[in-house]
Design a protein around this ligand. Structure first.
Ligand SMILES: [Zn+2]
Length: 106
């Protein structure tokens, strides 16, 4: 990064410039996306909806999460236990989470 005062190169994340001593503006973090609660998915559910829930939480492809989880289960051995723990611990998403807007009553 460059000092905003003297424009000399200083270490990334420095709070003060080594050259002119000017206080550097704090790095503004990118606006965080609204936190989604981790929920088991009703939409992408095969067994417990755990993989679907993780996929929705991390904005990943459900199939990708399943493949990764399966590989961990096959080679690491902990995947099945982890799935059961997640199944027990992560609440199922609300029933109306993906519900369509109800048709207006006539
Ligand atoms: Zn400076």
């Amino acid at each position: 990064m460059n000092c905003y005062n003297c424009q000399k190169d200083i270490l990334e994340g420095s709070r003060y410039c080594y050259h002119c001593g000017a206080a550097q503006k704090p790095l503004t973090p990118p606006p965080a996306a609204p936190a989604k609660p981790l929920r088991r998915s009703r939409r992408h559910k095969v067994i417990g909806g755990v993989c679907g829930g993780f996929a929705e939480y991390f904005n990943l492809d459900v199939a990708l999460v399943r493949v990764i989880w399966l590989l961990i289960a096959l080679f690491g051995g902990g995947g099945i236990i982890a799935y059961i723990i997640c199944w027990l611990v992560i609440p199922l998403e609300e029933e109306h989470a993906h519900a369509a807007v109800p048709a207006p009553q006539s």
